[in-house]
Design a protein around this ligand. Structure first.
Ligand SMILES: Nc1nc2c(ncn2[C@@H]2O[C@H](COP(=O)(O)OP(=O)(O)OP(=O)(O)O)[C@@H](O)[C@H]2O)c(=O)[nH]1
Ligand SMILES: C=C(OP(=O)(O)O)C(=O)O
Length: 219
């Protein structure tokens, strides 16, 4: 099965507020863009993916991600993450109503294409499915096969909410790169340990991240 991925991205100036201890106001927009670029590049390299739509209201991010090969859908609802995802899923299904659709967070800088392929192939067994994030509280991926609505419930406690919605929880080993979203400095350290894409590596090079080799207080 080939999937259409829908990736939501907030305005860069408002993104990644929980990283403020690690990256100051001047650096966070560039870091958020780098995460999204590495996420989109890995998704486009995944053999289970037919195409990618990024739903965003951010003009710069839209240009940069279109240059990588993503379709850009304007965040017309302007009413938060789940409204943006419902809108983008509907837009991609206008041209291809039978699309299998997956929503994936834009903050997965360590994403590996073959791990994403394993997750999508497992999701193909279910009408709707989801993958919990590394913290086992949130969600990094939610899928809906042809003929099913996505019904996104991302946000606080989204693992429990997606489970309650009837989506199947995927329990796969060795798909850490698909689960490692980056919200905090600790998440960024974990992603760097997995191995991030080139844009995130460059954007994070000047940051002091506790526990990273070479960082103050690190090994
Ligand atoms: N298009 C769109 N994407 C959103 C919106 N809100 C969040 N996102 C995206 O949804 C994913 C999860 O977002 P959040 O964790 O809520 O926000 P964040 O910017 O990643 O982090 P915080 O500011 O620390 O909450 C990220 O890919 C965001 O860019 C929105 O209103 N519209
Ligand atoms: C929106 C979510 O992601 P985050 O962990 O980035 O808040 C979520 O897990 O539902």
């Amino acid at each position: 099965m080939q999937w259409t991925l829908v990736i939501p991205l907030k305005s860069l100036a408002r993104a990644k507020t929980r990283l403020s201890d690690t990256a100051g106001d001047g650096l966070r927009p560039g870091l958020a863009l780098a995460f999204a670029q590495d996420t989109v590049a890995a998704v486009l390299a995944c053999p289970a993916v037919r195409d990618v739509a990024v739903v965003t209201g951010d003009a710069l991010a839209g240009r940069e991600l279109a240059a990588l090969g993503a379709r850009i859908v304007a965040d017309e609802p302007g009413d938060g993450l789940n409204a943006a995802l419902r809108h983008a899923a509907a837009v991609v299904r206008v041209s291809r109503p039978e699309s299998a659709v997956a929503a994936l967070n834009a903050d997965l800088p360590a994403l590996r294409p073959m791990e994403l392929a394993r997750v999508l192939n497992a999701a193909a067994e279910f009408p709707r499915a989801f993958l919990p994030d590394a913290a086992a509280i949130g969600t990094t991926l939610l899928t809906a096969r042809a003929g099913r609505e996505l019904r996104p419930a991302f946000g606080t406690d989204s693992r429990a909410r997606h489970r309650a919605s009837g989506a199947a929880e995927l329990t796969l080993d060795a798909v850490d790169s698909v689960r490692q979203d980056v919200d905090t400095g600790e998440d960024l350290r974990a992603a760097l340990a997995l191995g991030v894409g080139p844009r995130t590596a460059a954007a994070a090079a000047g940051l002091l991240i506790p526990g990273r080799p070479g960082a103050a207080g690190g090994q």
